[in-house]
Design a protein around this ligand. Structure first.
Ligand SMILES: [Zn+2]
Length: 136
């Protein structure tokens, strides 16, 4: 079963955030055909050009660099503590806000990160599946 399909015990946080590629699931972005600026999540109108009909869908890189992060010791219900989140810069020029996984001791600004898909929190006993970046 594809990893981004909802089941009885899991649900996808937002199907529109993902796209299929030959290498597997990727984040679904959009790129302005006029200025080249790329967005995630997708936008219908480029906020630099303000012209409709100029955006094209693009699959974003699964690899990026950690821009900044924090490790939280307290949080809303459904999160396993501690949990980490931060911003990852992708080669397309997109800064993605993301939960972070893997060994938190390996998190450092500038670290090479890879996107994975998996549970990011629980909601009434159901795993919420989303993207999560982990140190390579
Ligand atoms: Zn533009």
């Amino acid at each position: 079963m594809p990893e981004t399909e909802s089941t009885e015990n899991s649900r996808i946080i937002n199907e529109k955030w993902f796209t299929e590629t030959p290498q597997g699931k990727a984040l679904a972005g959009s790129r302005c055909r006029k200025c080249g600026r790329t967005y995630f999540p997708r936008k219908r109108v480029c906020v630099q050009c303000f012209e409709d009909g100029r955006m094209e869908d693009v699959a974003l890189s699964r690899m990026g660099r950690l821009y900044t992060f924090t490790v939280a010791e307290a949080g809303p219900p459904g999160f396993t503590l501690p949990y980490a989140f931060g911003y990852v810069d992708l080669p397309e020029g997109v800064r993605v806000f993301s939960p972070l996984g893997g060994d938190f001791a390996r998190l450092e600004i500038g670290a090479e990160m890879e996107m994975a898909i998996g549970p990011i929190r629980q909601d009434d006993g159901v795993d919420v599946i989303g993207y999560i970046f982990k140190p390579v």
